[in-house]
Design a binder for this molecule. Structure first.
Ligand code: FES
Ligand code: FES
Length: 162
């Protein structure tokens, strides 16, 4: 049975009709066409499908669409600021934090959630926050460096605005 839900997706209100059992990951990719969010394991173990749900990171492969009425969802397509890449995206490019790129959308969304909560995380805190996001390419050092650099850039921007 289908259910109409109303969600805010990357700042826009949309009202898809979804089977109650449709996973958020499949809704995003297959029905709405936002394919930036990736499927790795499909079982909540790799973090590739991470999106923000009401500001908190979730594995979209584990979330049922039918329960999302009224939710605010941000995917990798909603991360950039206006026409500019988000500082986290810029730092991943600058520091070589992405190789094949498959894990990258999930890494970026998890990093965004971390820096929203903690603007100045230690290396240990970054590694802990990203522990559920698996990367088969980079060895993680460049990812951690990218998050540190993004944090510094965001703090600098914040200070400049005050
Ligand atoms: S695809 Fe969702 S956690 Fe791996
Ligand atoms: S960059 Fe290839 S899996 Fe992370």
């Amino acid at each position: 049975m289908k259910k109409k839900i109303r969600i805010t997706l990357n700042g826009n209100v949309v009202s898809p009709e979804v089977p109650a059992h449709r996973l958020l990951l499949d809704l995003l990719r297959d029905e709405i066409g936002l394919t930036g969010t990736k499927e790795g394991c499909g079982t909540g173990d790799c973090g590739a499908c991470t999106v923000l749900l009401d500001g908190k990171p979730v594995n979209s492969c584990l979330v049922l669409s039918g329960e999302l009425d009224g939710a605010d969802i941000v995917t990798i397509e909603g991360l950039q600021i206006g026409r500019e890449l988000h500082p986290i995206q810029q730092a991943f490019i600058q520091d070589g934090g992405a190789q094949c790129g498959y894990c990258t959308p999930g890494m970026l969304m998890m990093s965004k959630a971390l820096l929203d909560e903690n603007p100045n995380p230690t290396e240990e805190e970054i590694r802990f926050a990203l522990a559920g996001n698996l990367c088969r390419c980079t060895g993680y050092a460049k990812i951690v460096k990218a998050v540190q650099d993004a944090a510094m850039e965001l703090r600098t921007r914040h200070t400049a605005r005050q």
